[in-house]
Write a new protein. Structure first.
Length: 138
């Protein structure tokens, strides 16, 4: 988290840099808790969710006044169009390969400081095999 503007007679501290951001790819019960954690840590939270039923649930819990931006778009498409800077953490938490895998293929091309996907060891191995076959990722 960037320090706040601070001034005294001797010096002035003017923080410059990107605001730390947590990009959540798809909404889920785990994503709900990650949004709350991101808020507590001072991150701007952006949730990309293209599924109408999940977007409705998300909108019932959060608003822009909560320092949360809701994006009605597939997270991989959003990353393809907008990218991510070095102060962004990207997490995929849906267990749906059509969301998580596609998002990771876009995320890996960004300078994001953290990229993560939730899953069991068994599911993670299956994902790794899919990403190797489809995108040549190791």
């Amino acid at each position: 988290v960037l320090p706040a503007l601070d001034a005294s007679e001797q010096q002035m501290l003017l923080p410059v840099g990107a605001i730390p951001e947590l990009l959540i790819a798809g909404y889920s019960t785990v994503a709900y808790e990650c949004i709350r954690l991101g808020q507590m840590l001072g991150f701007h939270v952006r949730v990309c969710e293209h599924r109408p039923e999940m977007l409705t649930e998300l909108e019932s819990h959060f608003s822009a006044t909560d320092n949360v931006t809701l994006v009605s778009q597939h997270p991989a498409r959003w990353l393809e169009l907008n990218g991510a800077h070095a102060a962004v953490a990207i997490v995929a938490l849906t267990h749906d390969p059509r969301i998580d895998d596609l998002t990771m293929m876009e995320a890996i091309a960004t300078p994001a400081f953290y990229i993560g996907i939730m899953g069991s060891a068994k599911n993670s191995e299956k994902r790794r095999a899919r990403l190797q076959q489809i995108a040549g990722m190791d």
